[in-house]
Design a protein around this ligand. Structure first.
Ligand code: ZN
Length: 323
């Protein structure tokens, strides 16, 4: 048997004892080493999520070691440390063939459609696994998931070297977006009005420091950030809708003449594809993107209630959980 966090209804979770799942053909059983807590988990538990199917073990940021392999598994063996790309796509449809598996209509996301890493063990399909480079610790490698989503957003922004990029929100995503932008040779500014967040990194300004940015990315679920970003976009600038908005406040009047005359683009970004996981692990392994200082809390998974409070009150940067 194993312990796991289970969401049975929106608004709460339970610590349950469940049978250890068995890997089917093409799957492996992972002993979870570390799982990252993100705002999406808070959203899943508190208000639900478009893609959530209950009852569910959440947790989409997972690094573990393989403890058993199912039938027909050839490339992975017991004892190997892997990062799990949380999605499983069909690999046949137009979005999949275009390298955007995250838009696949049959996408199944770990922690949403199938059980995730808020447990001592989790089953994952081989097609989702990426070997963790030997020089990375599990705590570093688990950042591959949030970093992948940031790399997808930066790709969709068509960010070029030396461009100015304004990032609204100085949480874990904002910081990773900033570090990824720097790694790509661009010049990031994080705009963060929250005092406690700014204290984490004294360098974060609270208001836009440039008049205009080539790229604006919104990494905070706040309509005012979108308004500000639209007003700070250069001609031919790209605004990335990275963070979702509350269900009751997601419509914003937009000056289409501004987009027309200034040839600006608004582009959405949601999740990531498998290849972004490979790119993220390569950046982490090369040391070009560092994450150690972002780990503000290490807690037992069973302290999830306290951990969620840290996230909702924006006291933490990154919380890592150990089952
Ligand atoms: Zn597909």
């Amino acid at each position: 048997m194993m312990k796991a966090i289970v969401v049975k209804e929106i608004g709460s979770f339970e610590i349950c004892t469940l049978p250890i799942p068995q890997p089917g053909p093409g799957e492996v059983l992972l002993k979870v080493e570390v799982t990252g807590l993100c705002r999406t988990d808070l959203k899943i538990i508190e208000v639900g999520h478009r893609d959530l199917v209950m009852p569910r073990v959440p947790g989409e940021e997972v690094v573990g070691t393989i403890s058993a392999v199912g039938a027909d598994v050839e490339d992975f063996a017991e004892g190997q440390r892997v990062y799990v790309y949380p999605g499983t796509s069909c690999e046949k449809c137009p979005p999949c063939l275009a390298g955007a598996g995250n838009l696949c209509k049959s996408m199944q996301i770990m922690g949403f459609h199938r059980d995730g890493g808020f447990a001592q063990y989790v089953v994952a399909p081989v097609q989702s696994l990426i070997t963790v480079p030997g020089n990375l610790t599990p705590d570093q490698a688990v950042f591959a998931e949030p970093l992948s989503c940031c790399l997808n957003a930066i790709e969709l922004a068509r960010l070029q070297e030396d461009e100015a990029i304004g990032i609204w929100g100085g949480g874990p995503a904002g910081i990773l977006l900033s570090r990824a932008a720097s790694a790509k040779g661009a010049q990031p500014t994080i705009i963060e009005p929250h005092q406690q967040r700014r204290e984490f990194s004294a360098a974060l300004p609270s208001v836009p420091t440039h008049d205009l940015y080539d790229v604006c990315i919104i990494a905070v679920g706040d309509m005012d950030a979108y308004r500000q970003a639209l007003a700070h976009l250069k001609p031919r600038g790209r605004l990335v809708v990275f963070s979702g908005l509350p269900k009751d406040d997601y419509e914003l009047p937009c000056d289409f003449n501004q987009l027309h005359y200034l040839e600006q683009t608004i582009v959405g970004a949601y999740g990531c594809s498998y290849r972004h996981g490979e790119e993220a692990l390569a950046y982490l392994a090369s040391g070009k993107i560092k994450v150690d200082d972002m780990i503000s809390h290490r807690m037992e998974l069973w302290e999830l209630k306290e951990a969620l409070t840290l996230v909702s009150e924006k006291i933490s940067i990154k919380v890592l959980l150990y089952p």
